[in-house]
Design a protein around this ligand. Sequence first.
Ligand code: HEM
Length: 452
Amino acid sequence: MLQILPPRPPLPTRLRTQLESFLVLRRNFLELWGQPAYELEVLPGRFLGREQLMINAPDAIRHVLVGNADNYQRNPATRRVLQPVLGGGLFLAEGEAWRHQRRTIAPALSPRSMPVLAHHVVAASAAKEAELATLTHRPLELLPHLQHLALAIAGQSMFSLEMSGFAAELRRLLMSYGLRYAQPGILDLLLPENVPSLVDRGRAAFRVEWLAFLDRLIAVRSAYPPPGDRPRDLFDMLAAARDPETGAGFDHAQLRDEVSTMILAGHETTAVTLFWSLYLAALYPEQQERLAAEAAGAGLGADEAAGDLTRLPAIRAHVDEALRLYPPAFLIVRQAQAADSIMGHPVSAGTTITISPWVLHRHHKRWHAPDAFDPDRFMPGATPPERYAYMPFGAGPRICVGAQFALTEAVLVMARLLRAFRITHAGSGAVVPRAMVTTQPDRPVRFVLAPR
Ligand code: HEM
């Protein structure tokens, strides 16, 4: 096992007041949890006058996400923050509307679709590698490049469009939403759902602008000739998708919300996965050489890339370990619709249930040396993690529908970048992960790339 510990925020040394907790939550969610969270199975509490239950026990997680999943729905603060961008798309839908959307969309993101998507991943990655090749031998911030690449992949695999005509506007809109509206504020947690705050008015105005942008994008794409016998991209797949039970497809407004959901749920999460995977590869140079050697033996061309995935087990294990140490989705939240009981703890209607992949992935009951970097945990033949101890993509019927795509993208881009460059750290101080919408570095992190 490798010795230096990868960075994490310090644990709080004493119990905090509610106000202190709220301020921490605004600054960095990962600093919220003290040592007991990493040792206990169920942690009841109250926050801003509401009942809370944090669950770490496999049986409790199975109950909430699988056994009695219908009783545990997305909470009002999540809807408030995300509805203006995701509308009625898969992420926010509930009940029968969700079941219809999930059945209809899932085939487009199943393993069978990976060759079509991998083609776009490789094309966008090749363009980024050519750009990075002009920036070698000097300190370089990689995260903005990875965000740019993940957005290009999201756009191109959705629309096959050369995104240059739209990318700047798309980034401007996403940045503006991310900075002004995406982080829940105190009113998002306190106001009844039908009472809008001033921020909600801003969010509603944003939705009008966002939908107009998506309409323009979809209009350009819809003018393409119809596909031949094979879909070109996710748009072809979603436009042709039919519910296997009812035969119903998506109308324009629904398709637009699904497109928006796919782009938004997928690109920043994948960008930070790539960031932390490269961060760790630079922190452990021997591991990086092992991965580069593996990548050198794979073809990684646009038409063969999906088939290369099975030839990259060490890179896949490295990405899995990066997702364990720095899960981009650090918190899964549900609200109990009716009274229930979880492992003997009474749960009243309205209780907020939190399941934190960040905490679970570092839980002392579930992992040996939880804070250490050890990609061999995920190599073929290793004992698989306990159920519900490792869940970067969630679990149960609402598990991430894009997980296969995200892993395909992360493994192929890692393989291509490490085959092209040797990547070292350029001294950025003590980097700490910070949870703001996703798990990001708390400061700009510079690397130096050298061609291999
Ligand atoms: C490394 C990248 C990704 C991570 C870590 C991630 C993580 C997650 C997690 C934890 C959930 C479950 C949330 C919950 O139960 O409350 C989720 C759901 C979802 N993800 Fe991902 N995701 C990633 C990439 C993607 C991609 C690439 C797409 C689309 C192409 C996507 C689309 C979705 C959608 C639509 C849902 C909602 C599914 C449902 O409710 O049925 N995600 N994701």
